[in-house]
Every structure is written in structure tokens, then in C-alpha cells.
Design a protein around this ligand. Structure first.
Ligand code: GLU
Ligand code: ZN
Length: 492
């Protein structure tokens, strides 16, 4: 699929995250919508790191943003990508913009404390009353610079998603643009940077919608044509609460560490507030881009459905060539699979390095590929191959080892013991299945029931990879030894 050349349309969008924490899936969605619009329209995507909050910023958060965006395909090797720029590098321009507004009579200094304002208005909520508007105060440390908002009329913002909301100017207080120490606030720094970077479309989260009229007034007061706006719907959890880092799993990095494939993540995030149509959901990014129109984004909140994400990811995993799947899983096992879970203190990979058998893994990889929805599910499906003994999962034992499990296991053991010997059947999946089927029938059990005790005895769990193929890889000796060990547990 081919799109107009980067930059050919003059459209310039930006993603402007503040590096104050782990990179949020909501931020990733905003970035992707900007990216998709830029790609579709032949625009430029600017990355600007809004790093002016020195107390809350950390270099590692910035690096986390760059890495996460790159993982999702947004990086400087692509001609659509420009930056990163750093807001802190533009501090001089922010200060000058304030002085320009002051000189034009569009801003003024104010020495009121909050208590002064509350005492005058008699309310905590009414906001600033314009007391210093015509006092002609000079700058002195401690005096804030306020923007003079119009008293009448209304400010209409062109929002491609929200149908041009209007805001009465009388409800907009003379807001602060520079604090008492001279430092510019977000509202103006953000506008000045957007102006300097020649941004034509501001696409960002809904929480910024109340800032849009104030920022539009600043654009106009600084003599520039305001951008077109688009405020993306909030993302909510299954209880319809706004996703929050205290309550929900929101760090993109955590999803990637779980073994969600970047392509699946991109596809899923693109559907948070937008649909490609034709009842299709799982589509390559280029196809999503070719159908993308910011005006089709829905303003209703978007549900971040982790189950759906997992099911998408399962589909992406199954679509991988098996050798790519195998290599990806091996990389995951060697990387994120080693990292201890902060809560449990346990790494997902429970076996010792030396006990990992690459040949056995290669045998089961195709089976594994049909089963897992994310790489974090891999260890529990294959640990029986690399641990000395299968895990001791009490719930599985109780469920599978009901009467006549002991007798059935003893019979299966006896029949298994001769398989693979001279002149006997091969130790292969069909033979093993046939044996368990026949033994089960003696007890009036269907295969689904009769294989459960064998599965729990050999793998430790009631669910896992196809059993008979697993036993072929595990080998006869270990299979027999594990059944023997299980049988001893019934004697107690
Ligand atoms: N730094 C702001 C944020 O992360 C940017 C808002 C905007 O996109 O204008 O919320
Ligand atoms: Zn004042």
C-alpha cells in the first residue's frame, strides 16, 4: 500500500508526552492515532517530550517513551517521524511569548494570593476576579503573569471528533501563564511549541478538552492561526472507570513484557475509539492506515478489554511462521521470562538454565503456538519438560485423581511399559492414545476423562499441550517414573 510522501501535505501532527512515569497505553493510542493520520495524509509526526516539570521528570521515563514508540513502529528511521524535540530547549521562546502578550496589553502581572481572591469573591470555586487587570504592576518575584481573557462572546474550537464545542468567554478566568518565579505554565509552553513546530492538528486525550479554548485564545493573541483539534475518548476499564495507574495495568512495557506482540498491540490500540469498518478488526497496520479518518473516531469512552487484547494476540501468534514463533519465544524466555514478578518475587521461568532442552522445545513449539495467547503463558505449558518433577498443583490433583484414577494409572503404566521395546509398537502419540482410550473404556470412561489422571501425573496440571504428543517428547522413562511417583501418592 502506498501513501502520500511524508510531509507532502503540509499536515503536521505531534505527540507531546510528559516523562513523568511509565508509558501509558492511552499515550500509545494517542501517538498511534497521530501517526496513522500523518501516514494517511502525507503529513509529519513530531515527537515532543514535554520535560519542563523537573521535579517529576526522569531520564528513564523519556527513554521508556522512545523505546515503546520504537517498538510500536514510530521512530526516526521513518521519514514521517520528526524529533524528538525537548520542551525544555524552548524555554526562551516561552518566556518571550509571555512578554509579547504583556507588551500588547494581553497579559498583566498579579500579586494576589489565593486567599485574597477567595476573600474577595467569597468562594473557593469562582476563580480569579480580574482584580489586577488595570493595576499596571511590574514584574517582581512572586508576581504571576495572567492572560486577559475576553469578557464577552464565546470561543469555538474546531474539534474533528466532538463537533465544534463552544465555550463562553465569561466562564474563562484570566488564567496564569507564568508563575511567580517566572516559569511558564503548561498551557502556554504547549502552545508556543506547537506554533514553533508548525503543528496543524492537535490530537490528544479528552482530559485536555477544557484547555483547548484557553489555548486557542493564546494562539490568536500571539497572532497565529489556531490548529484543528481532536480530543480522543477516554479509555476505561471493565467497570467503566477511567484507566488509572494505581488501579489498572496501564504500562505499555508491561504488556510487551508479557509477550504481547507489538503488531497485535498496535492493532488493538487502533480500535480504542475507532473501527476500520466491514466488521473487520484484525488487519495489518497499513490497511488500518488506509481506512483511517480521525473524523470517524467516536467520542464515547473506549473499553480497554484485556481479554480481547489477549485473543488478538493469540491470533497474531498463530499467524507467525513457526520458526519466528520459536525464536521469539526463546528470546522471551531469555529476557522478560527471567524477570521476577514484583508481587510474587517469582520469575515466570521456573527451571534451571542447564535443564532447558532446546531439542525438546523445538519438538513442542508447533503445539505451543496453537495454545498460547501471550508468551507469559509459555512456561506453564512446557515446564514439565525441564523440571525434575512436574509441578505440584493441588487443584489439578483433586480434580483429576478421583476414583478410579489409581487403578487406571496402574493399568496405563503397565501397558506403556512395553511400548517401544523390541518387536513392540513405537512410542508414538497414536499408540499412547490408543492405550489410554482402551484402558479408560474398561472403566467406562471416555478419553476426555481417562487422560486427565495421566496428564496430571506427568505434567502436574489438568490443562496443557496435547497430551500424547507431549509424552512422546517427554520420553518413556520419565513418563513411567512420573506415573510411579503419582501412584505412591495414593497409598497415603
Ligand atoms: N504533555 C501533555 C500531556 O502529556 C501534552 C498534552 C497535549 O498533547 O497537548 O498530557
Ligand atoms: Zn491579582
Amino acid at each position: 500500500m502506498s501513501f502520500p510522501a511524508a510531509g507532502s501535505s503540509g499536515i503536521r501532527v505531534r505527540f507531546a508526552p510528559s516523562p513523568t512515569g511509565m508509558f501509558h497505553v492511552g499515550g500509545a493510542r494517542s501517538a498511534l492515532f497521530n501517526w496513522a493520520l500523518a501516514k494517511r495524509q502525507g503529513g509529519i509526526f513530531v515527537l515532543r517530550i514535554e520535560d519542563t516539570d523537573a521535579a517529576r521528570n526522569k531520564p528513564e521515563w523519556t527513554q521508556g517513551i522512545l523505546d515503546a514508540l520504537a517498538a510500536l513502529g514510530m521512530h526516526g528511521d521513518d521519514p514521517t517521524f520528526e524529533g524528538p524535540y525537548y520542551q525544555s530547549d524552548n524555554a526562551g521562546q516561552h518566556g518571550e511569548a509571555g512578554l509579547k502578550l504583556l507588551a500588547a496589553g494581553k497579559a498583566y502581572y498579579c500579586d494576589c494570593t489565593r486567599d485574597d481572591v477567595v476573600a474577595r469573591t467569597g468562594s473557593q470555586h469562582l476563580g480569579y476576579d480580574g482584580h489586577c487587570r488595570d493595576r499596571g504592576l511590574d514584574y517582581q518575584p512572586g508576581r504571576a503573569l495572567r492572560f486577559r481573557t475576553p469578557d464577552e462572546g464565546e470561543t469555538a474550537v474546531v474539534d474533528l471528533i466532538r463537533g465544534n464545542p463552544t465555550f463562553p468567554n465569561s466562564a474563562m478566568e484570566d488564567f496564569v501563564i507564568a508563575r511567580g518565579d517566572g516559569s511558564p505554565v503548561f498551557l502556554i509552553a504547549n502552545v508556543v511549541d506547537d506554533m514553533d513546530e508548525r503543528i496543524t492538528h492537535v490530537i490528544r486525550g479528552e482530559e485536555h478538552l477544557p484547555n483547548a479554548p484557553k489555548q486557542q485564545l493564546l494562539w490568536e493573541a500571539l497572532g497565529a492561526t489556531p490548529p484543528t483539534w481532536a480530543h480522543l475518548p477516554v479509555i476505561v476499564n471493565e467497570k467503566r472507570q477511567k484507566l488509572s495507574k494505581r488501579r489498572d495495568k496501564v504500562a505499555l512495557e508491561d504488556y510487551l513484557a508479557d509477550g504481547i506482540l507489538p503488531d497485535a498491540m498496535v492493532n488493538y490500540l487502533m480500535l480504542l475509539g475507532w473501527a476500520p469498518g466491514n466488521d473487520e478488526e484484525i488487519l495489518p497496520f497499513d490497511e488500518l492506515v488506509s481506512r483511517f479518518d480521525i473524523a470517524d473516531v467516536n467520542s464515547a469512552s473506549a473499553f480497554f478489554d484485556i481479554k480481547k487484547l489477549m485473543s488478538f494476540n493469540g491470533e497474531y501468534i498463530r499467524a507467525l511462521p513457526v520458526d519466528v514463533f520459536e525464536a521469539d519465544v526463546l528470546a522471551w524466555l531469555a529476557g522478560p521470562g527471567r524477570v521476577e514478578d514484583e508481587e510474587t518475587g517469582l520469575a515466570p521461568v521456573p527451571w534451571a538454565d542447564a535443564d532447558f532442552d532446546a531439542a525438546a522445545f523445538h519438538e513442542v513449539a508447533p503445539l505451543l503456538q496453537t495454545r498460547v495467547a501471550a508468551f507469559k503463558e509459555v512456561p506453564a505449558n512446557i515446564d514439565f519438560l525441564f523440571l525434575d518433577q512436574p509441578v505440584d498443583d493441588q487443584a489439578s490433583w483433586v480434580k483429576a485423581m478421583k476414583e478410579p484414577a489409581a487403578e487406571l494409572l496402574a493399568d496405563v503404566r503397565q501397558a506403556f511399559a512395553v511400548v517401544g521395546a523390541e518387536g513392540q509398537q513405537e512410542w508414538d502419540a497414536d499408540t499412547l492414545k490408543q492405550i489410554v482410550l482402551e484402558v479408560g473404556e474398561r472403566y467406562g470412561l471416555k478419553l476426555g476423562k481417562s487422560q486427565a489422571p495421566v496428564r496430571v501425573a506427568t505434567t502436574g496440571r489438568t490443562i496443557g499441550l496435547p497430551l500424547f504428543e507431549s509424552l512422546v517428547v517427554l520420553g518413556r522413562d520419565k513418563t513411567l517414573a512420573r506415573i510411579d511417583r503419582a501412584l505412591t501418592k495414593f497409598d497415603i
